[in-house]
Design a protein around this ligand. Structure first.
Ligand code: SF4
Length: 363
């Protein structure tokens, strides 16, 4: 499969934990100029349009584009006929008109940035929506025929209690959606929280509590009928994120937009993340990937999938013997972080919590 990622680097406000490539735009013109350049970049990949099977419009906040800007962007993609077409939506910037524009241009999957249903924690994260926004957006999306709705949730937020998380997980059941992405809050440099941390005003959740919360997420979502198919992702009725599956299986994807990256024709591409530079020439770097690097990526990304990595396929593809190249893997097997089952290398339940210790073997 081949995917197309399109980045919209604008937000109405900046969340305290966010280290994505984004900014609050100065005015509408700034967005217009960016979109014109973005569409120009997308069109440089026209020869790939026939083979693209997933489109993912992420950000930033794509749903903050106005109706005209959305129509311009989505209109530039009409020659692509993907199986899966996702756009990220922030609940407060959705409108019924925008939902209809998504529909008109063939978007068939919505990824909604919910993060938590606790209003105080939302405020703490500097998010700008309420639960009412979330319910209204989901109701409207369903009423116009969107069946594939995913929500993003964050756990291990400082001050979040077990009861808070339980409440969030209960709310998911009420929403009757098909996909959940659930990540722990990571303290990233160049964020408001990081600055607070340096000043001693931010206390990270302790690792044991984080592990307890992760287990709660897994157990609760499984009880609700979700399949845990990737470290942080859960789906009902096999509605996996096909676009993300491309990343985890080392498939090809084109990355367009500010700071976007791609993997195409054996090379990783990295776009400029400074707006003036991007408007001038898009691409910052293109690096051909040696077999050894691809093998490493294939294992690190592949092990994120609960189904793991098919050892025979991997050994044939790279003409190697896994244990010869990575003898230290045996130690991780011995301490129960990974195991081999029916020819697949997989993280164990313990390994899901300590994946980084396994990934280090491949670096
Ligand atoms: S988390 Fe999303 S909405 Fe918040 S600043 Fe980052 S990109 Fe923008």
């Amino acid at each position: 499969m081949k995917g197309l990622y399109v980045h919209i680097p604008f937000c109405e406000y900046i969340c305290h934990y966010c280290d994505f490539v984004k900014r609050v735009p100065k005015n509408k013109e700034m967005i217009d100029v960016y979109l014109k350049a973005l569409v120009e970049e997308i069109n440089t990949y026209k020869t790939h349009f026939d083979t693209i099977e997933t489109i993912y419009i992420g950000g930033g906040t794509p749903s903050m584009l106005d109706d005209e800007q959305l129509s311009f962007l989505l209109g530039s993609l009409v020659d692509i006929h993907p199986k899966e077409y996702t756009i990220e939506v922030n609940p407060e910037s959705y409108s019924e008109e925008k939902g209809l524009i998504f529909k008109k241009f063939g978007v068939n999957r919505i990824s909604l940035g919910v993060q938590t249903f606790n209003q105080q924690l939302l405020h703490y994260l500097n998010r700008g929506h309420t639960n009412e926004h979330v319910f209204n957006v989901i109701d409207h999306l369903k009423s116009i025929g969107f069946e594939n709705i995913s929500i993003d949730l964050i756990y291990a937020i400082p001050k979040q209690t077990i009861a808070d998380l339980e409440h969030d997980l209960d709310m998911i059941q009420k929403l009757e959606i098909k996909h959940v992405s659930c990540y722990s809050l990571i303290l990233e440099e160049k964020t408001y929280f990081y600055h607070q941390y340096i000043r001693g005003n931010f206390e990270q959740v302790d690792q044991d509590l984080e592990a307890t919360m992760y287990k709660m997420v897994i157990d609760s979502l499984k009880t609700q009928g979700f399949e845990h198919y990737e470290i942080s992702n859960f789906a009902k009725e096999k509605k996996y994120s096909l676009h993300n599956m491309i990343y985890w299986t080392l498939g090809e994807y084109i990355g367009c937009g500010l700071g976007a990256h791609g993997f195409i024709d054996g090379s990783r591409t990295y776009n400029e993340s400074s707006l003036p530079k991007y408007l001038d020439h898009f691409l910052k770097e293109k690096t051909y990937q040696e077999h050894s690097v691809l093998l490493q990526d294939e294992l690190i990304f592949g092990l994120r999938k609960i189904s793991g990595v098919n050892i025979n396929d991997l050994e044939d593809k790279y003409s190697i013997k896994l244990m010869d190249v990575y003898p230290k893997l045996q130690e991780k097997i011995d301490i129960g972080l990974v195991h081999i089952e029916d020819g697949f290398l997989k993280l164990t339940e313990k390994g899901l919590f300590l994946g980084n210790q396994v990934f280090m073997v491949f670096i």
